[in-house]
Design a protein around this ligand. Structure first.
Ligand SMILES: Nc1ncnc2c1ncn2[C@@H]1O[C@H](COP(=O)(O)OP(=O)(O)O)[C@@H](O)[C@H]1O
Ligand SMILES: [Mg+2]
Length: 256
């Protein structure tokens, strides 16, 4: 099973868009995918047009907020064929408090421990991360092997990248398997010089990790309001082509 965090220190760079479309694309190839929403904004449910009753909070703590027992199976929502969701949202504020109260030596590992599936039941775990750095982000970076980092081709994005590298390096001290595997340039706009300048910089810095850029595409920003992925909303849009390329690349790196 491959475990990939879609993460970046900045908001609005296309993390959720990437996590949702990557997860759906892989599931359409026949892989069994669990998408884990680790953001208090809980956008993945909206992007998929579903309203799960429970989610990551219940999955980890084993209870709902009233203290009723919730099984792991009930916390997971079947959102499409081969695509399951552990939804995020405001309950994650409480999850972070709960994690903070756990013994210091285990608290960073609880997410990874809770998410070990039965052998052969899942092919991909995809995490949609929040921009900041807290006990939940640390847990994610302890639970995964690969990081996919979307970088918006806009002026201040290199700063976000620097901040994120700081996070990543401190996490790599604790999780030596953790690898920055993919840099995904997003919001590529041919009309702006910025796009080309930043893309060139990224190409130089990340020869191995750099992926083909996702173009700025208004269809990608319309799809969430319909509760559809780009492949459902407009399969022929340039955004769909962009994400198909990414999915091909990730898929061609094989299974683990
Ligand atoms: N390539 C793109 N072209 C146009 N709009 C995009 C693109 N990628 C994402 N968006 C839109 O930009 C906003 C931020 O994207 P989102 O994926 O939510 O970012 P993050 O999760 O990093 O905060 C959303 O409204 C989304 O629909
Ligand atoms: Mg997001």
């Amino acid at each position: 099973m491959r475990k990939i965090a879609v993460a970046m220190a900045k908001g609005g760079v296309g993390k959720t868009t990437t996590a949702v479309n990557l997860a759906h694309g892989l599931s359409m190839l026949g892989h069994r995918v669990l998408l884990v929403d680790c953001d208090t904004q809980g956008q993945t449910s909206k992007f998929l047009g579903v309203t799960p009753k429970h989610g990551l909070y219940e999955f980890i703590t084993g209870k709902d907020r009233k203290g009723e027992y919730i099984s792991k199976r009930d916390a997971i929502y079947a959102s499409r064929k081969n695509l399951w969701l552990l939804s995020g949202g405001i309950e994650l504020v409480e999850l972070k408090n709960w994690l903070g109260e756990q013994p210091r030596d285990v608290r960073q590992m609880l997410l990874g421990k809770a998410l070990i599936p039965k052998k052969g039941t899942l092919d991909y775990l995809i995490f949609d991360c929040a921009p900041g750095w807290d006990v939940l982000s640390v847990n994610i970076l302890m639970a995964v092997d690969e990081v996919l980092c979307p970088v918006a081709l806009q002026a201040p994005s290199m700063e976000g990248l620097k901040t994120f590298f700081g996070y990543l390096m401190s996490a790599q001290k604790l999780n030596t398997d953790l690898e920055l595997k993919y840099i995904l340039p997003t919001m590529f706009d041919r009309r702006t010089r910025h796009s080309f300048v930043i893309l060139k910089q990224l190409n130089k810095m990340f020869k191995r990790q750099i992926c083909d850029p996702i173009h700025y595409n208004v269809r990608l920003s319309e799809a969430p309001a319909k509760g559809q992925t780009i492949f459902e909303y407009m399969d022929q849009a340039s955004g769909a082509d962009g994400y198909r390329k990414l999915i091909r690349r990730v898929n061609s790196d094989g299974s683990k």
